[in-house]
Design a protein. Sequence first.
Length: 245
Amino acid sequence: MSLIYRNIVVLTGAGISAESGISTFRDQNGLWENHRIEDVATPEGFQRNPALVHQFYNLRRAQLKDPKLQPNAAHLALAELETRLLKAGGHFTLITQNVDNLHQRAGSRNLISMHGQLQSILCPRSRKTRHWENDLSVEHLCDCCDPPQLLRPDIVWFGEVPYRLDDCYQALTEADLFIAIGTSGQVYPAAGFTRTAAGNGAHTVELNLEQTGGSFDAGYYGPATQVVPAFVAELFATESGTTQA
């Protein structure tokens, strides 16, 4: 296929996983499962009540084991886009704000999980991580520090710096196509990604349930399982020099 876009960067948010059944946990009052965000999603909340924080994330981690929870058509379309682009000699970077494992299960490889992963735990002192699929409690301590530290979910909480920001911005400066999927784009630093990509000459596209008001060159709106595969198919057709029926 003849490449119109050789370097594609995709940013995904909660909207791409919603149709798979991932609970957002956050309601219209800003509460997560009847808890204040300050109590379950900040370093200070973990210091005050680590047992509560562990309980909250144990529920989210357990959800990933539900056999009904599968990557949806949007996840699969992005994995296919990556595979085909790489085979054609292009470059692909997927930046996700999600902490589930659906992109990995769909087959995405060059993935930056900027907010961490549910199936990973972290020593807060050494910053060492390890894969973890079971419940975590206040009895779980690290084996890398003296004295041993209380292990925590490997999640970027409010007030903390997202992971691999340098890699994100490097990819954005090299992109010729930037696609934002299922994200409000209102929280920094992700809120500035579109501007960074556009400032370096990239074509910017929003795929979302509804328009967010961001400054994109183009937008396609509807459920992710519909608009993402359709956009990827249109991209392949354009790259091949054909048109969709």
